[in-house]
Design a protein around this ligand. Structure first.
Ligand code: GRF
Length: 209
């Protein structure tokens, strides 16, 4: 089973996937890591693990108005991804909003991890927003990607308590350590054929989630 991972930055979630792969705990292989940023540290992590890397830079697609450029970029991304014939495409800190055509193409085999207990705190700056609201419980969610931003069916979540002296950085760090546990787990469920997304919803081992 083949996995393509999309990143934009540090790639600590990618590292968790690579570590699981090394221990034969992922249910498949990361065959390529694709970044929209040439300096993403995650690319080094991939090279260290002997995984092929590619960069697809948005700057090459700034010709028309915003929507058209986005379509062209995503078409190129699809071309690069499909070359690797993935069973699953994993977004791991990929900081771009994807077009409808992209999302539809990988329907049911495109996952994302988001640093909040969805449906709460969709979008950016989740840790700071939760603290500003004096939230007491926070966490991370792995979900299938649909057209609705951060709104697809939730596969698994991990919760953390907010501590009195938490800053957005300490909170982010604690949430991230949970992300590293649940993302490889969700990927494995999928690749082992335990997780299915169909018209009636999401099931794990035949039970509705
Ligand atoms: C994580 O917070 C993840 O939830 C979000 O982007 C961040 C990626 O971090 N989608 P990393 O690049 O995996 O370290």
């Amino acid at each position: 089973r083949r996995i393509v991972v999309l990143i934009s930055g540090s790639g600590s979630n990618l590292q968790a996937l690579l570590d699981a792969m090394e221990h034969d705990e992922l249910g498949g292989n990361v065959v390529a890591v694709i970044s929209n940023k040439p300096d993403a540290y995650g690319l080094e992590r991939a090279k260290e693990a002997d995984v092929l890397t590619e960069v697809v830079e948005p700057s090459k697609f700034r010709h028309f108005h915003d929507e058209r450029d986005r379509e062209l970029y995503d078409a190129e991304l699809i071309r690069v991804i499909d070359h690797h014939q993935p069973d699953l495409v994993v977004l791991a800190g990929f900081m771009r909003i994807l077009t409808k055509s992209f999302v539809l193409r990988y329907h049911g085999r495109l996952m994302n991890i988001h640093p909040s207990l969805l449906p709460a705190y969709k979008g950016l700056d989740t840790h700071a927003r939760l603290l500003a609201d004096s939230g007491t419980e926070h966490g991370a969610s792995v979900h299938f990607v649909t057209e609705e931003l951060d709104g697809g069916p939730i596969i698994v979540q991990a919760a953390v308590h907010v501590l009195p002296d938490d800053t957005k950085d300490t909170l982010a760090e604690r949430v991230l350590s949970r992300e590293h546990l649940i993302y490889p787990m969700a990927v494995r469920w999928f690749l082992d054929g335990r997780l299915q997304l169909n018209d009636s919803g999401l099931t794990l081992d035949g039970h509705a989630l």
